[in-house]
Design a protein around this ligand. Structure first.
Ligand code: PEP
Ligand code: MN
Length: 346
């Protein structure tokens, strides 16, 4: 924080402000200037409360935050990329990770078919929701524990790691028994009780951006999980609400690049929820590779026309296979650029 005093403040007034800053646990780093005194405060604490308190003092002209309010997830404090090991793969490392599968687990036949296609296409993890956050209470809510058991069967059959959503802090232990990554949906990005519980969990967390949340709010939510003890958080851009209606959400592709500047955490794109249209998924997936995302979360269904949720945005198996093949040359370039970046960073 930098605190600028009013012109001609007295020694006593300056000392009062320094005292207040120290009360919040910060150290006074520098006091400069002939006419105007500027105080630098360093340390970790409740910066917002300190700024508000200091700014309310009559001798203070202005108090500003200098470093990001998200300490643990910020690149300012940790410049090296976070790499997260999941079922033999590394997210945030040298591999472009594709997580694919249906929106919801619907039956044994459906999830097995999907899992086989995901594995055969060279993707890395199987997605499938067992607990579904649906806008209408009358819509399919997911198979819950039965769905988790089917995911475990699919994992046994294919060796694929599992990513699935957890909606409530009550279910974290249950879902963590079956999942290799716990997905936090857009609607729960700011469920702070859930985020705190995830901090105590040993599984990596994939945190989706809330549909009306800023990039900074997404980072603050990630900070909750990391500050409560779990450093393994993957961020996911999945489209935000805007005035545009041609797509289900507006894919904020720039957020991927912005996040890569701001945080060391891995960042992936969900082109399915970002667009709501299967025809747009391959193009957005290429964009994700080109912009330097660490991977994709894609919806794919053996029979999208019969899907119980999100059929319109789900690729069928041949479309998914084709997309994976078409992505190869882009992923090869991606790998080259990762190597170049790694060399440049040494
Ligand atoms: C999903 O992945 O199926 C899902 C519900 O996503 P979101 O939370 O991004 O809407
Ligand atoms: Mn979905």
């Amino acid at each position: 924080m930098i605190i600028s005093m009013k012109l001609h403040s007295t020694r006593q007034e300056i000392e009062q402000v320094c005292e207040r800053i120290r009360d919040f646990g910060y150290k006074i780093h520098a006091i400069e200037g002939e006419q105007r005194v500027v105080i630098g405060a360093v340390g970790v604490g409740d910066t917002t409360a300190c700024l508000e308190s200091v700014e309310a003092m009559p001798q203070v002209e202005k108090a500003v935050r200098i470093s990001a309010p998200y300490k643990f997830v910020s690149k300012e404090f940790h410049s090296e990329r976070t790499r997260i090991r999941v079922n033999g793969w590394e997210i945030g490392g040298d591999e472009f990770i594709v997580m694919a599968g249906p929106c919801s687990v619907e039956s044994e036949k459906q999830i097995m078919q999907a899992a086989e296609a995901v594995a055969e296409s060279g993707a890395h993890l199987l997605r499938g929701g067992a607990f579904k956050p649906r806008t209408s209470p009358y819509d399919f809510q997911g198979m819950e524990t039965e769905g988790l058991k089917l995911l475990a069967k699919a994992k046994l059959a294919t060796g694929l790691g599992i990513i699935t959503e957890v909606m409530s802090d009550r279910d974290v232990d249950l879902v963590a028994e079956y999942a290799d990554i716990l997905q936090i949906g857009a609607r729960n990005m700011q469920n702070f009780a859930l985020l705190k519980t995830l901090g105590k969990c040993s599984r990596p967390v994939l945190l989706k951006r809330g549909m009306s949340s800023t990039v900074k709010e997404l980072l603050m939510s990630a900070e909750y999980v990391v500050a409560h003890g779990n450093p393994n958080v993957i961020l996911c851009e999945r489209g935000i609400r805007t005035f545009e209606t041609v797509t289900r959400n507006t894919c904020d592709i720039a957020a991927v690049a912005a996040l890569n500047e701001l945080t060391h955490l891995p960042v992936i794109l969900d082109p399915s929820h970002a667009t709501g249209k299967r025809s747009l998924v391959p193009a957005l997936s290429r964009a994700a590779v080109a912009i330097g995302a660490d991977g994709l979360l894609v919806e794919m269904h053996p029979a999208p026309e019969k899907a119980m949720s999100d059929g319109a945005q789900s690729l069928d198996i041949p479309q998914f296979r084709k997309m994976m093949l078409d992505l190869r040359p882009y992923v090869d370039l991606w790998k080259e650029s990762r190597v170049t970046q790694a060399i440049a960073a040494v």
